[in-house]
Structure formats: structure tokens, C-alpha cells
Write a protein that binds this ligand. Sequence first.
Ligand SMILES: Cc1cc2nc3c(=O)[nH]c(=O)nc-3n(C[C@H](O)[C@H](O)[C@H](O)COP(=O)(O)O)c2cc1C
Length: 241
Amino acid sequence: MNLEETIYKRQSCRTYNQTPLDEQTITDIKTFISNAKVLNENIDWSYDIVTKEKVKSLLRWDAPHYLLLFSEEKENYKENIGFIFQQLDLYLQSKDIGSCWLGMVSPNSSYEYKNSQHKFIITISFGKSSTQTHRKIEEFNRKSLEKIMDTSDEKLKPAQYAPSATNSQPWYFTHNSDGSYNVYREKLGFIKRRMIGKWNPIDIGIALAHMYITNKDTFKFYIKENPKDLKDYSYMGSFEL
Ligand SMILES: Cc1cc2nc3c(=O)[nH]c(=O)nc-3n(C[C@H](O)[C@H](O)[C@H](O)COP(=O)(O)O)c2cc1C
């Protein structure tokens, strides 16, 4: 299965076989990460693959591997992390390896930071799943296209299927007269902002990764100086397909 097909089959995995993946598979994962496309070349980021002994988790389940993601805190660093590592989420699931973005898991006190300039952003669990890693398209629980854009456009379907923190799907797309698109993030009320606000910029990067994977040769992302304001949304960027 290729990465584009995986968009419509993937699902978060929360039941893992605890046997670690073999060394070759881990090497392939690292190679994939080093070749992934970035959203913003200006931002330095890093990652580490650790076992459960190095993480603090509020979850009732464990995974054999945890990918800890770090970044410099500048510009659109959270979108950048979401963009890069959603490509990996698709890669893993295309190889029948389960994965799940985890806002609730972070390095514990025994973890030694390797780069003091990089802040911890988020974790992804991964490993062989003890249950099914894929699902049918009708099993996805997502907002309709009409709810996430100004005019319904099948071209943006890959973004509709993107995963997000608590499945909040905070993205909103508008069409520009030159054929490009703007992407906005839903502004949250006080309570939701405290719960998931810090992850929603990552969600936007994740949705953009789906747009990149399905338009690899033409996808171009940029931030406009004077974007159109939308009530209840924050402008996150523009892209061409
Ligand atoms: C930024 C982010 C943070 C997430 N944090 C958690 C988490 O802490 N625990 C969890 O079980 N799932 C977490 N998820 C997974 C989402 O709940 C899941 O992606 C969403 O419900 C959609 O389901 P799907 O991934 O199966 O399509 C997170 C997802 C994202 C994108």
C-alpha cells in the first residue's frame, strides 16, 4: 500500500505487541524521517526513539517504541513537526506498523535531553499491533467537506481524513481566486483551548502533510503578509496544489 492509499485506511493504534521491531525496520524508519519533506526549512528539529522506561504516560497501555519529537521554538514549529511526522505515521501504517500521536506522553525525569536548544513537542507510539491497523473508509469519523471549507472541493479530501488531537479537526480551508488555498485554525473557547490548544497547530501540519502526499510534485506552502481575516479562525498559511 502506498502513502496516498494509507490516508484512507489508517487509524490510531492503541494495542501493541510488546516485541520490539527488528533493527533493519528501525533503520528504515530513520531513513524515511531523514528524507521526509519539511514545511519550514528554517527550523531545526530532532527526535529520539525510546522505550517505555523513558516516558511519563497517563495511558493504560504501552507500546514497544516511543518517538519523542523536539524542535526549536520559532515560526510555525508545531505545524512543521506535524507535517514531517504525519508522513512517518503514513509510512508506518503502510508497512502494517501501528502508530499513534500522543499528547499525553512525554519524556520522564530519567530521560537525558540531547539538545538544550530543542523543546519537547509531542510523542508518537509505534510497533506491531496486536489488532487490525487498518479500517474501511466508512469507519472514519470526520466532519463533512462542507463543514471544513468555504466551497466543497474533493481535492481537499485528503485533509479531511487527517488525524487530530481528540479528533477536533480544527482546520478550515478557503479558495483564492488564483487557484491557491488558505488554511485556517479554529479559535477555541477557554476550556477547549486549555485542553487541546497547544496541539491544534500540530493538527494543521498533519492535514497539510496529507495534501503534500497527494500532490507531491506541485505542493507549495507559504505564509502571506496580509491574509484575509476570518471570524473565529486564525490564518495558518496558504498552499498551491
Ligand atoms: C496532536 C495529537 C495528539 C494526540 N494525543 C493523543 C493522546 O494523548 N492519546 C490518545 O489516545 N490519542 C491521541 N491522539 C490520537 C487522536 O485521538 C486520533 O488521531 C483521533 O481521534 C482520530 O482518530 P484516528 O487517528 O484513528 O483517525 C492524538 C492525535 C493528535 C494528532
